[in-house]
Design a protein around this ligand. Structure first.
Ligand SMILES: *Cc1c(COP(=O)(O)O)cnc(C)c1O
Length: 480
C-alpha cells in the first residue's frame, strides 16, 4: 500500500509508505494523503469477519492500509489500543467488551456507541491508536516529537489522554483561558503526567490556533524542537475510524446483500470520510447521512454543489461546539474521489479555497454523479437539538449528547421504510451537561471515574496570547 497526495500533479507522483506519512501533516504540495487505491474486501471475507472481536477486526482492516509495520508488531499495538478496560466508561457495562456496541432502539434503528473511551467522545477511537503508533514509530527511529495543538475541548483532551506517559512524546496543548466548561478544564488540566503540558492562553480559541500556526510556520523553530501535530487530517486517524464502520455494518446486517445507513454528525468530515472509505472497500453500507449544525458549510455543498468556507464572523459557537467549523479539513479527500481522483482538478479547486474563495460544482458532471456516492445531508439548529434530546429520552429512555442529537434529527428526516439505520454517538451527554439540563431539566449521569473531577488538582500554565511566550515555554520544557 502506497500513499499519494490529492494535489500531486507531477508526471511521476511521489508514493509514500504508511510510516512515512504517519508523523507528518499535509503533503509538500499542500494536499492530503490517501491510499493509491482502496483495498477491496470480498463479500465472503467480510462475512467471515462477522465473528471477529473489535481488536481482531481492527488488525485485519488496518493491515490492509499498513504494510510497513511487521504484522506481529501491528497486532500488539492494536491489542493494546482496543481493550475493554479502555472503553467501558459509558452506559451498559455488560457491553463494554464490544468496544463499539450497537444499541437497538426499535427494529431497524440503533445507536452506534463510539464514546465509551477515556474522554467520552468518539475521537478516542482513533487518537489512542495514533498514540501507540507514534510511540512505536519514534522508538524505531530513535526520535522524539513535541506535539503542539490548540483545542476548544474534545480534540485536546482525546490527544492528551492518548499521549499521556508515552515515550518520546510531549504534548503542548493550548486552550482559551476561562472559556471551556469546568468539566472540560478538569478533564485536561487534572492530568499529572510529566509529558503533558496544558497552556491556557489569555484569549479566544482563534488566538490559540493562530499561535500554533505561527509556531509551525517558523521552520527553524519547528525543526529544532521537532514540532508535530495530531490534527484531523492525519491519515492514521481516518484509517482507525474505518474499522468501526466495518464492524457496525457487519453487526447490523445478517446476510450478504443487506446494507445499513449511518447518520454522522459532521464537522471536519473526518468521521464520515472514514464511512465513505469503508463503503468503497466493500463494507455493506447504504446511505451516509451527513448532519451539520448551524455551521452548515457541508450541508450546503451536498445540497447545492457549492463549497463556500465561512469567514470568521460567519462561524459561531453553538450548543454542538465540536461541529463549529468554517471549513472541513478532510473534505478534500472525498472531493478527490468525486472528481475521479484527478489531482489537477483538486489543485485548482483548493487554489480557490486557499485564497479565501469558494468553488461551485453544480453545473459539472461531478455534481451530477454525486448520487452514486449515496450521501444525503441535512442540518440542525439549537431548537432541533433540544427537541431531539427530549424526544429520544421520552421515547427510548436514552440520553444523547447535542452532537449525537444533530445526527439523530437528520437521520429521522431521511429514514425510509425497511431501512437499517445507525446513528453515530459521537460523545456522551455527561460532557455537555448544560444543554442536557436545558432539554430535560436534569443532569446526565457521569461515569464513576469522572465523579468529582472538578475537585482534582490541576496543572496548567496561563500565558499571554503571544507567540514569544509560547515558544519560550516550549524551549523551557522540551528538554525535561
Ligand atoms: C469532532 C466531533 C464531531 C465532528 O467530527 P468530524 O470528524 O470533525 O466530522 C462530532 N461530534 C463530536 C462530539 C466531536 O468531538
Amino acid at each position: 500500500m502506497r500513499y499519494i497526495s490529492t494535489r500531486d500533479v507531477s508526471p511521476n507522483p511521489s508514493k509514500k509508505t504508511f510510516t512515512e506519512i504517519l508523523l507528518g501533516g499535509l503533503a509538500p504540495d499542500g494536499g492530503l494523503y490517501l491510499p493509491e487505491t482502496y483495498p477491496q474486501i470480498e463479500p465472503d471475507e467480510l462475512h467471515r469477519w462477522r465473528r471477529l472481536s473489535y481488536a481482531e477486526l481492527a488488525f485485519e482492516v488496518l493491515s490492509r492500509f499498513i504494510d510497513d509495520i511487521p504484522g506481529a508488531d501491528l497486532k500488539a499495538l492494536v491489542d493494546k489500543t482496543y481493550t475493554p478496560a479502555a472503553y467501558c466508561n459509558g452506559r451498559d457495562p455488560k457491553n463494554a467488551g464490544e468496544i463499539t456496541p450497537v444499541r437497538w432502539l426499535e427494529p431497524g434503528l440503533g445507536l452506534l456507541e463510539l464514546s465509551n473511551g477515556p474522554t467520552l467522545a468518539f475521537k478516542d477511537m482513533a487518537m489512542r491508536l495514533l498514540g501507540n503508533l507514534f510511540e512505536y514509530a519514534l522508538e524505531k527511529r530513535g526520535e522524539t516529537i513535541n506535539i503542539l495543538g490548540a483545542t476548544s475541548g474534545d480534540t485536546g483532551s482525546a490527544a492528551e489522554y492518548a499521549m499521556r506517559g508515552k515515550r518520546g512524546i510531549r504534548v503542548f496543548m493550548l486552550s482559551p483561558h476561562g472559556r471551556m466548561s469546568a468539566f472540560q478544564r478538569a478533564q485536561m488540566y487534572s492530568l499529572q503526567d510529566a509529558n503533558i503540558h496544558n497552556i491556557a492562553v489569555r484569549g479566544v480559541f482563534d488566538d490559540a490556533q493562530d499561535i500554533v500556526k505561527a509556531v509551525s510556520n517558523d521552520h527553524a523553530f519547528k525543526s529544532r524542537y521537532r514540532i508535530g501535530a495530531v490534527n484531523s487530517i492525519n491519515w492514521a486517524r481516518v484509517a482507525a475510524q474505518v474499522v468501526y464502520y466495518v464492524k457496525a455494518s457487519l453487526a447490523a446486517t445478517k446476510s450478504i446483500g443487506e446494507r445499513v445507513a449511518f447518520a454522522v454528525p459532521s464537522g471536519n468530515f473526518g468521521n464520515i470520510c472514514a464511512g465513505h472509505i469503508a463503503r468503497m472497500m466493500g463494507a455493506p453500507i447504504g446511505r451516509l447521512i451527513l448532519a451539520t449544525n448551524e455551521n452548515d458549510v457541508l450541508d450546503e455543498f451536498f445540497r447545492t454543489g457549492v463549497y463556500r468556507p465561512r469567514k470568521a464572523p460567519e462561524t459561531f459557537t453553538t450548543s454542538s461546539p465540536s461541529m463549529d467549523i468554517s471549513k472541513a479539513s478532510n473534505f478534500e479527500r472525498f472531493v478527490f474521489d468525486l472528481v475521479g481522483r484527478d489531482p489537477s482538478i483538486v489543485r485548482d479547486l483548493w487554489g480557490e479555497i486557499d485564497n479565501g474563495g469558494s468553488f461551485d460544482l453544480s453545473k459539472t458532471l461531478y455534481f451530477a454523479h454525486l448520487p452514486r456516492f449515496s450521501f444525503v445531508s441535512g442540518k440542525s439548529s439549537h431548537a432541533d437539538r433540544i427537541e431531539t434530546i427530549r424526544k429520544v429520552y421520552e421515547k427510548y429512555g436514552l440520553m444523547i449528547d447535542p452532537h449525537t442529537a444533530d445526527g439523530f434529527k437528520v437521520a429521522l428526516e431521511n429514514r425510509t421504510p425497511n431501512m437499517l439505520l445507525l446513528a453515530l454517538e459521537t460523545a456522551l451527554p455527561a460532557k455537555f451537561a448544560e444543554t442536557i439540563m436545558e432539554a430535560l431539566g436534569k443532569l446526565p449521569a457521569r461515569p464513576p471515574a469522572m465523579e468529582g473531577i472538578e475537585r482534582f488538582s490541576q496543572r496548567v500554565a496561563v500565558l499571554d496570547a503571544d507567540v514569544r511566550s509560547v515558544k519560550r515555554f516550549i524551549e523551557r520544557h522540551a528538554a525535561d
